[in-house]
Design a protein around this ligand. Sequence first.
Ligand code: ADP
Length: 726
Amino acid sequence: MSQIVNLLYYACFIVFIVLTLFVFLKNFKSTLNQYFSLFSLSLLGWLVTLYLFNRETDQNVLTLLGRSNFAAVGLAVFFGFLFVKEIIKKPSQYKAILFIETFILCSITQFTNLIDKSEHFINEVRITEFGILFDLYVLHLVGYIASALYSAFKSKVVNARTKRQLLIIGIGIFLTTAIALTTNVVLPYIFNNFTFQELGALSVLFLLLSVAYSITFQQLFDVRLVIRRTVVFTLLLGIIFTIYGGFIFILAQILQTGSIITSKQSFVGNFLGITLIGFSFDPLRRWLQNTTDHFLFKKEYEQQAVLKELTGNLNNVIGLDEALETVMQSIVKALHLQHAATFVFQPGENGSPAIKRIKQIGYHSSTHIFLEEKDFVINYFSRHPNLLLTANFEEELKQEKSQFNRKTPSGSKPSQAIRDYATKQAVLKKLHDLEVAVAMPLHINQQLIGLVLLSDKMAQDSFTREDLTLIELIGGQAVSSIQKAKLFEGDQMKSEFVSIASHELLTPISAIEGYLSMILDENLGHVDKQAKEYLTKVYTSAQRLSVLIKDLLSVSRIEAGRLKIEPQSLDLEKLIKDTIDQLKFVAEDKKIALNYQKPEKSLPSVWADPDRTMQILINLVSNAIKYTTKGSVTIRVDHHNQLVFVEVEDTGIGMTRQEQSHLFEKFYRVASPQTTGIIGTGLGLYITKSILEKMGGSISLKSAPGKGSCFTFTLPTFKVELSSLK
Ligand code: ADP
């Protein structure tokens, strides 16, 4: 048994020494690493003194060791507490006071008999005689352990990885202290039982395990690079020795020299072996590195896939807010960030960037990240278009500072450089305040149009080069979507203008039309022939203008989503007859037959807006007449599958496939010798298609140049919820 206990002690010594050295040397500047090293050193002190204590028989040395043992625990809880506080990034404000308290207590423990009065060796058991202040000592232990555990579990750490680290180390501390307090304080002090003291110390194994686990799997002290190097190096050596040995063995077998190899053969064998290693070393190393990277630095996204998805999503949004949201979601999701914010700027006073929009994800509120109009951060990024990594920036500033100190010890520092340095410091502070790990300014033509601020990753991993490339590529997308959104906003203003202007124009033009038709009406009075001719021209122009204005108004309403559609159950045949009545004179004028083919079965009523349906019919039939020089225009109706089909067929000029492909676009008009002189706006079919889609219908076309065209549109016979349609 004692052999096993001894072995465990040795193992703990080695692990503690290695761990302390490793963590300290890994980054001795980091406070976290310093506290941990001191914590583990104190625990080592506890273990060593206890180990010696249990093997010592001299009364005086025993007392000395016993007191050191208590003092070591006193120190351990203090450093353990500071370590936990450092993990949750809430360093204690009372460090100095706590240090003095610990220092005094440990000194009292070590040098007086107030806590550990004396140690005795009776019947192979070491008995402690507790001093009068031992309660105070217990209070010190319990106080630190309890507040460390309390801070660990109460802390509002957003970072999931830190949470896991805390949980694991918390469990380790809890188990260790619970056992150690029972065996080394409660049992001896209250129940006078000293037999388990030695085993109690081994409870640190739990703590060791939890720390080792956190280091390996939860990236405490970020040792993955070290692990990678060690794993790769060890495996590489192993593989090479195996290959090399195997090679020599096979060579010996082939040469059948048994175990005796001549020096010539051995030279050849070695030469070949070394050549083989020479060639295979690098590819092997790379392969091993990639394999270990796969496990240690798991790639969680595919750059191409992220960009493809983002482009797809951006294509579906037009507004600035949506675009910014989409861009940020994409980065945050791919890199698992805690939060992100984007500022969009527009030229303000004297052309300097003024904030136009702030969008954020994961911050408490926009006010939290608000930047002043003339903020030095904005100013700084106007002049520095490159991506900024806060950690690197901080490092640069440190170096800059040390250069200042070196260059100008007398204090005659160049004022511009000092000012630049101060600005950078202020920018750094702001970035720290906003918890920004990466800042990406967005520039167009040397103008700052946006600024993307990204937090650390949830897992606190550092940003890889690949991550930064992804961020930059997404930045490019952000720039173009900001531009697109600006254009769209401009477009929206334009269409609002068109909407208001056309509405205002419609009233006077209707009045002009009305009065002209009255003047031209023979019944109301005589107009002389010449004047009548001119007035008729004015009347036609006014009518054309009125059509154009109505079309523009419809388009602007469609685009603003304000086109009123009030569908109802409708007798389509009646509307077709009305259309024919309205247009039959125009057709007659052109000597074109306007036919209506009644359906074979009686037609069910359709679900549509009567005015809009009339607008569609008039548009299609008047187009058919307009673009037909001789022959006929035929309207047919049919129905199946709960849809009514209306065909408007003509024997007119027709269209090529290429022309057809643009037909439903805004302002598109076929430019050909046959269409010259035919007046139109190029808006009719666009409006027709938009209205049909809004009513749950559709439109299609068959046409061939010189043979005529046949437009077919459908309307539903059942009630369609408008909200279900776009
Ligand atoms: P427009 O006011 O120019 O008639 P539309 O949007 O109604 O505008 O039509 C767009 C273009 O489609 C027309 O300019 C014409 O070139 C072509 N088009 C429309 N209907 C027909 C048709 N029935 N036959 C031949 N071309 C047509």
